[in-house]
Design a protein. Structure first.
Length: 318
């Protein structure tokens, strides 16, 4: 009898022991709308990579979760980085420029891949690390006590990074833990997830879309384009910027104007890419476009199923 009780207690307690920490979203944004998880922890021990669903949203050796902002404009507007759980600040770094991997001198990044960042000790061997924060925004110091949700600074573009995002590392006793699925090798098993609120897995999605009077430069899309200004004799272009493509995915563009459909095109993607953009459109007809409101829709298909659909509008003027 004694033995049975002991077993029962162990069975009841084990999920708690396995978790020992509960995490809140470490960034002040709405997942799937104003921010997106572009890369998860790499679960593949070989030099290939896999996220916890055995999907492709990771890269070899990635030791955390990347919460991406669609554009640099979004980053400059200021998005707070938040403590994922309570604890004591164990270390901070600030002072690195928001220039990303390509424009920061390599000797300045060497050994400082995390850029401006914060490490929090949560006790019981657990710690979280927040990377690539914005220059001059780190608002805690070593030894500070924080609670879940305490602002630590803002999302930036410092250190070894190629897009504006927060990298969150979770470790226990120095070992990387994937907060979505610790202690499992079953694809997609998130039963032991460390997140206080479940976070849904988005395999691919549009970051942004918009109208333009020419195919925009990729750098301009990543920066964040201004509101379009399209006259009736201009070409009309619809563009979409997305993450997580797989060969065979389809990006479908449709534009409708005041008198119905003006453009319809499907583009089939031919490779796996972390981020990409595509555009479609046409020149103004003889005599120009009818003025008025135009609606652009981009639909992302995978295996024939709609994965994401977004709509944007523009006023074509004289
Ligand atoms: Zn990362």
């Amino acid at each position: 009898m004694k033995h049975l009780i002991a077993l029962a207690i162990t069975a009841g307690a084990s999920p708690l022991l396995a978790q020992d920490i509960s995490l809140q979203l470490p960034i002040d944004c709405t997942l799937g709308k104003t921010c997106f998880i572009q890369q998860f922890t790499d679960r593949d021990p070989s030099d290939a990579s896999a996220d916890f669903t055995c999907g492709s949203l990771s890269y070899d050796g990635h030791k955390g979760t990347d919460f991406a902002l669609p554009t640099h404009q979004d980053r400059r507007a200021g998005v707070a980085v938040l403590a994922a759980a309570g604890g004591t600040v164990r270390g901070v770094r600030d002072g690195m420029p928001d220039l990303g991997l390509d424009d920061t001198p390599s000797e300045d990044i060497e050994g400082r891949d995390c850029g401006n960042g914060v490490v929090i000790d949560h006790g019981n061997g657990w710690e979280t690390q927040y990377c690539h924060m914005a220059l001059g925004t780190v608002s805690v110091k070593t030894g500070d006590t924080v609670t879940a949700g305490t602002p630590l600074g803002q999302v930036g573009f410092s250190g070894r990074t190629q897009f504006p995002h927060l990298h969150l590392s979770v470790r226990q006793n120095g070992e990387v833990v994937d907060p979505f699925a610790p202690d499992t090798t079953t694809c997609g098993d998130s039963s032991l997830s460390l997140w206080a609120e479940p976070i849904s897995y988005q395999p691919t999605a549009l970051y942004t879309l918009g109208f333009s009077d020419a195919v925009p430069a990729y750098d301009a899309i990543k920066e964040g384009l201004p509101e379009p200004d399209i006259a009736r004799t201009d070409p009309v272009v619809l563009w979409g910027y997305a993450f997580g493509s797989q060969p065979g995915d389809v990006m479908a563009f449709s534009i409708t104007g005041p008198y119905g459909e003006v453009f319809d095109q499907e583009v089939t993607l031919d490779k796996q890419q972390a981020q990409y953009f595509r555009a479609g459109g046409r020149k103004a007809p003889n005599g120009g476009w009818p003025t008025g409101r135009y609606t652009g829709q981009i639909t992302l298909f995978r295996d024939g199923k709609v994965i994401d659909k977004r709509v944007t509008q523009v006023e074509i003027h004289r």
